[in-house]
Write a protein that binds this ligand. Structure first.
Ligand SMILES: Cc1cc2nc3c(=O)[nH]c(=O)nc-3n(C[C@H](O)[C@H](O)[C@H](O)COP(=O)(O)OP(=O)(O)OC[C@H]3O[C@@H](n4cnc5c(N)ncnc54)[C@H](O)[C@@H]3O)c2cc1C
Length: 427
């Protein structure tokens, strides 16, 4: 049997630990300000539901069922295992701070029922156990990581879909009743409706189900041959195909980076191998890097001073932050991007870099507030890539270039005709 535990209170305010040594007023400001950011936007939650419902359909088609539960994962998983008499529970690793604690809690609770938690290392393209260094020795900069990994590692073939054993009628009925009850909650119905709605200004409608991810691979790689032009198009802002758009499935694990790497290899052998096909692999290495980065740095990935221990610009100007979230800063390129994010849960990499740099470096606002907003809104939220990229852009991570983006210059370069700004933030 399979089980998924949905967040209990997705609209709970986002909270961050106050900076150590901060004066009491500043500590309160942090607690007051970020709570206006919900942990999960309805759109992000709805996207997760689509993925879960797709998974549930696959389990049912195989003669089994998926338990869709809601609550504290430690209690939910342990009590379900006890009820079903399960002696083994299998999960993928959660590399970040909170998730590791949660896994440890689940393992402990299961042990109390005589069951064991097995963690499978399947979320990165390169397996952690294949790295030529331990996680604690992860190179400080990406280019060193890439050199070592490209020299000494292979990408394992994706695992086949595991065989699902048929469940008894009684267990299937129990799972179906529990799942239906969970999925009928009014806030989940609202989230489902939001995720199904499509803003006509957006060129790409993402659907969390794995089947839609596989269809995207077929369309982008094979029908459109878009991967063969990726290096030239990847800084695009408008349109569906300038980049792969695979991140929402990769973030939830409904597609695996090893599947995408295998598709790149197949495309290279059957159609063409060029700088663009390599560049997609290169970007997947960035993803791996940030997955290992968050495992290495744990709590420091979320600290204002970052992994470098620098003092960031950390102003806590609530009104300026809200204006950034809503896309009403008065800076057209920033406003266009922030409105796109809010309306769709999606944003190109170029736009993410610009709005992050503007918040943290130009407006001088606590970068963690921005990371929290992205976490709440992005349908591809992934803990390492989000918090790692934010640290880079804010200048507290280990970006050797430590760049500040000139947002107006970037708009001139990447939105020369103003079409993107006109689409999302017309004057
Ligand atoms: C401030 C900021 C926050 C970000 N937050 C996230 C996040 O929460 N989740 C997320 O998946 N990506 C994040 N990114 C990275 C990147 O913007 C997205 O992965 C990319 O825009 C997704 O679109 P795509 O799938 O079309 O990417 P493509 O350009 O087609 O790239 C293919 C894949 O490579 C990976 N990738 C590409 N660029 C990066 C990168 N810079 N860092 C890590 N992985 C990368 C992604 O898995 C992506 O799906 C963030 C970047 C910035 C600057």
């Amino acid at each position: 049997m399979g089980a998924v535990v949905l967040p209990m209170d997705p609209s709970a305010p986002f909270t961050l630990a106050p900076a150590r040594g901060a004066p009491a007023a500043a500590r309160d400001a942090v607690r007051r300000a970020v709570p206006h950011v919900p942990r999960w936007s309805p759109r992000r939650l709805g996207h997760l539901l689509r993925a879960v419902e797709g998974l549930r359909a696959e389990w049912r088609a195989a003669g089994s069922e998926l338990f869709v539960l809601r609550g504290d994962p430690v209690e939910c998983v342990a009590s379900l295992a006890a009820e079903l008499g399960a002696c083994e529970v299998h999960t993928a690793p959660c590399p970040a701070f909170d998730e590791l604690r949660e896994n440890a809690g689940v393992a402990h609770a299961l042990a109390g029922h005589g069951a064991k938690l097995h963690v499978h290392d399947e979320t990165t393209m390169i397996a952690a156990s294949d790295l030529p260094f331990g996680i604690a020795e992860l190179p400080e900069v990406f280019s060193s990581f890439r050199r070592l990994v490209e020299r000494g590692c292979r990408v394992r073939a994706p695992l086949p879909v595991p065989a699902i054993r048929e469940a008894s009628d009684a267990t299937r009925a129990l799972a179906a009743a529990r799942s239906e009850a969970t999925l009928a909650a009014p806030d989940l119905a609202e989230a489902r409706a939001v995720a199904a709605s499509h803003d006509p200004r957006s060129s790409f409608a993402s659907d969390g189900a794995r089947a839609a991810g596989l269809a995207r691979i077929r369309q982008w790689f094979w029908h459109g041959d878009c991967v063969s032009r990726y290096k030239e198009t990847r800084d695009g802002l408008l349109g569906a195909d300038f980049s792969s758009r695979l991140s929402p499935w990769l973030a939830l694990g409904t597609l695996s980076p090893r599947e995408v790497a295998a598709e790149i290899r197949r495309y290279e052998s059957e159609r063409t191998a060029n700088d663009s096909t390599y560049w997609l692999f290169f970007e997947l290495l960035w993803r791996d890097y940030f997955h290992f980065w968050v495992r290495r740095w744990q709590g420091r990935a979320f600290k204002a001073s970052g992994v470098l221990g620098r003092t960031p610009c950390g102003a806590q100007d609530h009104d300026a932050f809200i204006a950034w979230c809503q896309g009403t800063t008065g800076e057209p390129f920033v406003d266009a991007s922030m409105r796109e994010l809010r309306a769709t849960g999606q944003l190109s990499n170029r736009a993410r870099q610009n709005v992050a740099s503007w918040l943290a470096r130009t407006a001088g606002i606590d970068w963690r507030w921005g990371a929290a907003w992205f976490e709440s809104q992005l349908i591809d939220f992934d803990v390492g890539p989000n918090w790692g990229n934010w640290q880079y852009v804010a200048g507290v991570g280990n970006d050797p270039r430590n760049r500040v983006f000139d947002v107006r210059g970037q708009a001139e370069r990447y939105d020369r005709d103003g079409a993107y700004r006109a689409r999302w933030a017309p004057a």
